[in-house]
Design a protein around this ligand. Structure first.
Ligand code: ADP
Ligand code: MG
Length: 238
């Protein structure tokens, strides 16, 4: 589960091609980080995988199935939005339950899954609070909880920590990495922050203007950057 292949995928907005033909393989259970400067196409690529944007050409395969034209709800993936996407008038419990209510799961199953997610995210004591009564980090955990209960084949994060202050960001990074260890589910994480990429990733995908400059582990990119852009961006001494 959570194996994603992009085959000659392109994306244009009007006449402007923001993603030239791109191939990428994401393996089961990997923590993959898309990194690159603002406007390089990270969000677009993630949204193509999620199905929130249609590909202009090419194919997206998820777990052996052609998912190119499937709507987001049929792809088995969960996009984690920034915490401000929570419903302010609903309790944490109801926020986490929301996707399960939409899917029509029975109450007992919902309750069990909410409790398991809350435990994994240290939110057990906060289930009856409203988002406004939580810290930024706790709110972000609720947003992740809402994704967990769907038991997705992969989690897709788009700069989930960019609203948090620096200290909190470091803590949340560790929490997301711990969660990845616990769940062993594929995670794709978009950031423009090199430190985040280098500390979190199994595999880093470096993008520039919609083109993959290099794919590799943090050590590979550091010790053997393919070009000056990668070296400069990653902060490699070469
Ligand atoms: P990143 O997430 O790396 O900052 P984006 O994927 O948001 O970059 O954007 C990549 C490029 O595509 C940018 O030039 C951006 O202006 C353009 N773009 C993104 N979404 C749209 C859209 N809906 N319509 C037109 N252009 C878009
Ligand atoms: Mg973006």
């Amino acid at each position: 589960m959570g194996q994603i292949n992009l085959n000659q995928v392109t994306k244009s907005f009007g006449d402007v091609q923001v993603i030239p033909p791109l191939d990428l393989q994401i393996n089961e259970g990997e923590f993959v980080v898309f990194v690159g400067p603002s406007g390089c196409g990270k969000s677009t690529l993630l949204r193509l995988i999620a199905g929130l944007e249609d590909t202009t050409s090419g194919h997206i395969n998820i777990d052996g199935k052609d998912a190119t034209t499937l709507p987001p709800s049929k792809r088995g993936l969960a996009m984690v939005f920034q915490s401000y996407a929570l419903y302010p008038h609903m309790s944490v419990r109801k926020n986490i339950a929301f996707p399960m209510r939409m899917a029509g799961l029975d109450e007992a199953t919902q309750k069990a899954k909410i409790e398991a997610a809350a435990k994994a995210l240290n939110l057990t004591d906060y289930l009856d609070r409203k988002p406004g009564q939580l810290s930024g980090g706790q709110r972000q955990r609720v947003a992740i909880g809402r994704a967990i209960v769907r038991e997705p084949a992969a989690f897709l994060f788009d700069e989930p920590l960019s609203n948090l202050d620096a200290a909190l960001r470091v803590g949340m990074r560790l929490e997301i990495m711990e969660l990845h260890k616990k769940l062993e589910t594929t995670m794709i994480y978009v950031t423009h922050d090199q430190v985040e990429a280098m500390t979190m990733a199994d595999k880093i995908v470096v993008l520039q203007a919609g083109v993959i400059e290099q794919v590799g582990s943090p050590l590979e990119l550091y010790h053997a950057p393919r070009n000056k852009f990668v070296a400069g961006f990653i902060g490699s001494p070469r």
